[in-house]
Design a protein around this ligand. Structure first.
Ligand code: ADP
Ligand code: MG
Length: 358
């Protein structure tokens, strides 16, 4: 065919650019929730309450009892690249908090209706602010966009409504409300296990009984038992591994994993690297290989792994969603953790050669 005439190149509108960028960070209700939970934890909360309507697409609300947001910071809260957690480039390599680039709230404000009620300990009242497209917005047409004083507890309530109302392709890519809600519960469950000192609850709007609820001041093992049930309760092994003399970088692994008596239909793998929930399919496959030697075909283990590595050896900057993390010495660490699990599985099979199902 003949060469067509080139079409003119046009500059995209600012609002459209922002919406596209926001969709890169916020894929679905559960990814918005992950960002919000991390913010609550960064704020030192000991209680995090989540409410969802229609799988979080209609409403996602998260209440914490953390430090709150200063009234003076509210005007720039939802602007891109505004953060209280990072000020120099070198900070990136020793970042201890979850968030670091000030993009979550900004992104959410471009693809949903966002409002905030917040109170610091020293404030005499709470402040309510509404955001649209990165800036303060009037709650109703004709009203002032300025934050308004209101009643409220110490801490922050973030409300997201009508997620992706202005990005129909994102909205269309979502699954059923049931599927989105189960992803929400999955995120809450995993953060609750990794943060057993914090009380979590998650429920559907209008329901009186939460679907996930944990007490504060608990421990990882108890929380796994509470949330994954009795079948796993008696079959958990605690395994640790750490830097050996030949490793250059310090690292430390804390593992709770199932023994040979536990058989899941698919692998349950919870991976936190420096307290950030991430995915690493290479590691998951390595653990599956260890268990394939001892589990019946078609059955899989439960593995919770909290890995602490030198912050300078994790590339947190790899992708805005910060999910697939790359880190130095990944292969060595994976191998050592696998060895430690294998070792413990071996010990258990020696001390208990026959395990009768009851
Ligand atoms: P980041 O977490 O990368 O800094 P966010 O957009 O997630 O960016 O949040 C921007 C800022 O808003 C944070 O740096 C923090 O100061 C404040 N913030 C957000 N959520 C909370 C919260 N739940 N409690 C206290 N402060 C918060
Ligand atoms: Mg954040």
């Amino acid at each position: 065919t003949e060469n067509a005439e080139p079409l003119p190149i046009k500059r995209l509108q600012e609002a459209l650019i922002n919406r596209i960028a926001a969709g890169e960070i916020i894929h679905r209700p559960a990814s918005a929730l992950k960002e919000l939970i991390e913010n609550c934890l960064d704020a030192g909360s000991t209680s995090i309450r989540i409410t969802s309507r229609e799988g979080g697409m209609k409403l996602l609300q998260i209440q914490d009892n953390g430090c709150g947001i200063r009234r003076a910071d509210l005007p720039i809260l939802a602007e891109r690249f505004t953060t209280s957690k990072l000020s120099t480039f070198s900070d990136l390599s020793r970042i201890a908090t979850y968030g670091f680039r000030g993009e979550a709230l900004a992104s959410i404000s471009h693809v949903a209706r966002l409002s905030v009620v917040t109170k610091t300990k020293s404030d005499s009242c709470a402040w309510r602010a509404v955001y649209a497209d990165g800036a303060l917005a009037p709650p109703k047409a004709g009203q002032s966009p300025d934050p308004k004083p209101c009643a409220g507890n110490d801490g922050t309530v973030i409300t997201i409504e009508d997620l992706f109302y202005n990005t129909p392709t994102r909205l269309a890519s979502l699954r059923s409300t049931a599927e989105e809600y189960s992803r929400i519960l999955d995120v809450v469950t995993k953060y609750a296990i990794h943060n057993p000192h914090v009380s979590f609850s998650c429920k559907k709007a209008g329901s009186t009984s939460p679907d996930v609820t944990t007490p504060s001041g608990s421990e990882v093992k108890q929380t796994i038992q509470l949330l994954y049930g009795h079948s796993i309760a008696n079959e958990l092994m605690h395994v640790t591994a750490q830097k050996s003399d030949v490793d250059l970088q310090p690292w430390e692994a804390d593992v709770f994993c199932s023994n040979a008596n536990y058989q899941a239909k698919k692998t349950i793998f919870l991976l936190f690297i420096n307290h950030r929930l991430v995915e690493c399919s290479r590691m998951k496959r390595a653990f599956e290989a260890v268990y394939s030697a001892i589990l019946p075909k078609g059955t899989f283990p439960f593995v919770y792994l909290s890995l602490i590595v030198d912050p300078s050896s994790v590339d947190v900057n790899v992708h805005p969603t910060k999910r697939e993390v790359h880190f130095l010495n990944e292969e060595v660490i994976t191998e050592r953790v696998c060895d430690a699990i294998q070792n413990e599985l071996g010990k258990q099979s020696h001390s208990r050669p026959f395990q009768y199902q009851t």
